[in-house]
Design a protein around this ligand. Structure first.
Ligand code: FES
Length: 104
């Protein structure tokens, strides 16, 4: 079963910075890029770091602990030391709100 969950106002997002949201107990980071809004798991796959605190470089976010780069568009690793991707979540923008599709 899938459901779209309203997690934030689009106006809360700024290019170059992430925010954390926790729908249904999931820890997810939202990022706004020029081409759209993206959602990935907030916890780095390499350690206990929150990617919402990372520095955004192009379409990547840099983990604040050991500087692994994750592609915001699909969660893949662009640069180590992380080797496992982070999960990415489908995003929909509607009427100024950000929705995530959570598969429950
Ligand atoms: Fe993220 Fe090490 S904890 S790169």
């Amino acid at each position: 079963m899938t459901s779209w969950i309203d997690v934030a106002a689009e106006a809360d997002l700024f290019e170059g910075a992430g925010i954390a949201v926790t729908p249904e107990g999931q820890d997810i980071a939202l990022f706004k890029l020029e081409e759209g809004v993206y959602a990935i798991n907030n916890l780095c796959t390499h350690g206990n770091a929150k990617l919402c605190d990372g520095f955004v470089e192009g379409h990547n976010v840099e983990c604040p602990f050991h500087q692994a780069l994750f592609d915001l568009r699909d969660g893949s690793v662009s640069c180590g030391p992380a080797t496992e991707p982070v999960k990415s979540w489908p995003v929909k923008l509607e009427n100024g709100r950000v929705y995530l599709e959570l598969r429950l």
